[in-house]
Each structure stands twice: as C-alpha cells, then as structure tokens.
Write a protein that binds this ligand. Structure first.
Ligand code: ZN
Length: 140
C-alpha cells in the first residue's frame, strides 16, 4: 500500500512491490487535489510499458519489457485535463548489463521499492487538444 508524507510543498511517496507507479501517482493526485506539480522518482521495477510518439501516425509505438530494471531517471509533471489529473511521465531504465532505454511512460510495476517526490506548484495548467500534433498540450 502506497505511503506518503507531506513536507510543505513536497510530497514524499513510497511504493511497495507490485504497485504501479503511474496509476499510484494518478490516484494520489486525484485524492490530494494536486493540480500542478513536478514528479521525480527512483527505484526498481520489473514490468514496464513505454513508448515513442509517432507524429505521422499520431499514436504511441509501445514497448513492454518484463525483467528486473533500475529506474535511472524518472521525471514528469501533473496538470489537469477536463478537471482530472493528467500525468505526463518519462523514464529511463537500466537492465543487469547496464543497458539503458526508456521513453514516454505508461506503466511501471515496482519490484522492490519506489521513492517519489512530488513538488507542488501553486497554480494550475489545463491541457488542450492540438491539431498539429494530435497531443494534449499545455494550455498556457
Ligand atoms: Zn511524453
């Protein structure tokens, strides 16, 4: 079960084995009413789904990897889309040989632990549909 503790503008989160990082941050953002924040994390995972956005096809080319991995870097933001928390997360992972890969993150299952810091920003940013890219971009 996710554990979190707030220190001023920062929320520290610990995820345990088996928990999904993306859906956990989504759940927490909704529960805590987080409108705008940056997210960073480290930890270990064993099942990840990430991709690259194909601007021509307007879809993500998805990769799924199921093996022990360290999170080398994990960053992103949470904004709002239609009043709900909207996460945009990118991550890179290293395997046991030190090979690193990553991309736009969709799912990441924790294998050991995951340590997350969410830095709250006072304000809010909505997302709007962008015809040129097919993405939901910052509405600023
Ligand atoms: Zn992305």
């Amino acid at each position: 079960m996710m554990k979190c503790k707030r220190f001023g503008d920062t929320v520290a989160v610990r995820l345990n084995r088996g928990e999904d990082i993306v859906s956990s941050i989504q759940t927490l953002s909704k529960k805590e009413g987080i409108k705008l924040a940056t997210v960073s994390a480290i930890g270990a995972v064993d099942n990840v789904t990430f991709g690259l956005y194909d601007i021509e096809k307007r879809e993500y080319k998805e990769n799924r990897i199921s093996k022990p991995l360290e999170i080398v870097s994990f960053c992103g933001n949470t904004t709002l889309k239609d009043g709900e928390p909207f996460l945009h997360l990118h991550a890179s992972f290293a395997d046991s040989d030190g090979n690193v890969f990553g991309g736009h993150l969709n799912e990441a299952r924790v294998s050991a632990t995951c340590e997350i810091f969410i830095k709250l920003i006072y304000g809010s940013i909505d997302r709007k549909s962008d015809d040129e890219t097919g993405l939901y971009i910052f509405d600023i």
